[in-house]
Design a binder for this molecule. Structure first.
Ligand code: NAD
Length: 490
């Protein structure tokens, strides 16, 4: 592929079954991050548009059979899966255009989420929504009790830009299959991954009007209006911790169920018996791939002092050789940052790290050969102060901080010294030892020796300020359901 493969997504929103522009016709530009050129426009929706979308979702939930008809939902989700399969290569080009993610690593951004739709259709079809829990002899005599799993109602889904199509699917399709109606508000920088989903739902499936709505906008206030609207029963949000706090506060007055998937500052503890030649090339790869714009990235590498220089040399070698460049080149694995603002934020945090005493081992600026696009060099910082900004704040760039330790206890204390608790990694030749360390990490997930913890069948989410609730697995589906207990006399 080449930059001539740039592809603009549908500029329209989906509200109450209609694909449309906002009343005043306002749009905003979508930029291709690798060339800084305007790739096209999206509709700049307003708070009035959001209010209409919420009204449509409310009506569709309260006065249609959607919430009660599992078979029909299965039909619509299965149709959506087939339609997404048909549109897959178009979606891939749109995601590369608006995110700048290298085309060679779009499996997780396109192919996996398309399959996820089929997964939730099957999961929701066979889910036991009504359970007889038998006789309970308590509180004044025996009774029979049933548990009903009911949809929550109107769900607002607010998504970020780093994996926009995947997150749009992951936040909305289990909610829909569980019987809710949905309003999706995609990120400003990546509106088309949302508007295309809206177009496909409207043009290629039987979803009734109002069940699924998409409102694109360049204004934060439109997302804020969704999270504050009293007609919305639940917000599912993925994004930064700062915005997550605002979403939680906005929902407090109507006690909204709020699911939050937020930022991270994960640590990788490399124990002194680990095989560094296996653990560290992978650690450096994770930092560079997709330009480090991943919430679970283990961006703090904790190396034993006894193997510190050996470890730094391996990390540096992988980072220096990492294939960076044009995201349309299938051999490239590191593209640009998403925007000039993100590039400048990453460079500013690197500078703050150096100012606080960190040693620059490689990188630190923008690549010389790439004179357009929002690129940042793969950057390795050693001797990082565990309390400094660069060790505490999420960078969301191709940057690794290395921190030395002497004992296992010290490593665990450094790893847990964070407001975040999304994920972590432990490397050791002794799996039991690694498991003991993993148990003491205050995070939602841990990988041992590169073991994969993420997938549709296992719960995923954050502890501390990395989030509330879990996506995926049975836990993830039940987040979109209310539990009602019904008592019956014997
Ligand atoms: P962001 O918080 O800036 O924006 C996320 C979304 O919130 C966007 O759609 C934005 O328009 C909307 N928004 C902004 N202000 C709002 C408000 N006041 N009320 C309601 N909505 C509002 O995040 P971002 O920069 O788009 O994404 C990067 C962040 O996402 C990183 O922190 C990353 O770690 C996080 N993330 C987390 C996960 C996870 O699973 N934990 C996954 C991907 C990304």
């Amino acid at each position: 592929m080449t930059t001539s493969d740039l592809l603009a997504g549908d500029p329209r929103m989906l509200i109450d079954g209609e694909l449309l522009a906002t009343a005043g016709g306002a749009t905003f530009d979508v930029i291709h991050p690798a060339t800084e050129e305007v790739a096209g426009q999206a509709t700049d929706g307003t708070t009035d548009d959001m209010a209409r979308a919420v009204a449509a979702a409310r009506r569709a939930f309260d006065s249609t059979g959607w919430s009660r008809d599992v078979e029909f939902r299965y039909h619509c989700l299965t149709q959506l899966h087939t339609a997404l399969e048909r549109n897959k290569e178009r979606l891939r080009r749109i995601v590369v255009t608006e995110v700048g993610v290298p085309v060679g690593i779009t499996q997780s951004q396109i192919d996996a989420p398309v399959e996820e739709v089929a997964h939730w259709a099957e999961f929701g079809k066979s889910f036991e929504y009504l359970r007889d829990t038998g006789v309970h002899d308590s509180m004044g005599g025996p009774s029979r009790r049933m548990i009903h799993y009911d949809p929550i109602g109107v769900v607002g889904a607010i998504t970020p830009w780093n994996a926009p199509f995947y997150l749009n699917v992951a936040e909305t399709t289990p909610a829909l299959m569980a019987g809710n109606t949905v309003i999706l508000k995609p990120a400003q920088l990546t509106p088309w991954s949302g508007s295309e989903l809206g177009r496909i739902v409207a043009e290629e499936t039987d979803f009734p009007a109002g069940v699924f709505n998409v409102v694109t906008s360049d204004a934060n206030e439109v997302g804020a209006a969704l999270s504050a609207d009293p007609r919305v029963d639940m917000i599912t949000f993925t994004g930064s911790t700062a915005t997550g706090r605002a979403v939680l506060a906005a929902g407090a007055s109507t006690v909204k169920r709020t699911m939050l998937e937020l930022g991270g500052k994960s640590a990788h503890i490399v124990l002194d018996d680990a095989d560094l030649t296996k653990a560290l090339p992978m650690a450096a790869t994770l930092a560079c791939i997709a330009s480090g714009q991943s919430c679970v990235l283990p961006s703090r590498i904790l190396l034993p002092r006894s193997r510190y220089d050996e470890g730094l040399a391996i990390l540096k070698a992988t980072m220096d050789a990492f294939p960076v460049g044009d995201p349309w080149d299938p051999t490239v694995m590191q593209g640009p940052q998403i925007s000039a603002g993100q590039r400048d934020k990453v460079l500013g945090l690197i500078a703050s790290g150096i100012a606080s005493g960190a040693r620059l081992i490689t990188g630190g600026g923008t690549p010389e050969k790439l004179n357009r696009g929002y690129y940042v060099q793969a950057t390795l910082l050693a001797d990082v102060d565990p309390d400094s900004r660069i060790a505490q704040e999420e960078v969301f760039g191709p940057v690794l901080c290395v921190l030395p330790f002497d004992t296992e206890d010290e490593a665990i204390a450094i790893a847990n010294n964070s407001i975040y608790g999304l994920s972590g990694e432990v490397s050791s030749a002794d799996e039991d030892r690694a498991l003991r360390v993993a148990q003491r990490l205050r995070t939602g997930s841990v990988g041992i020796n590169g073991g994969m913890y993420f997938g549709l069948t296992s719960p995923f989410g954050g502890t501390k300020q990395s989030g509330l609730g879990r996506r995926n697995g049975t836990h993830g589906f039940e987040e979109y359901l209310e539990i009602k207990t019904v008592g019956l006399p014997l």
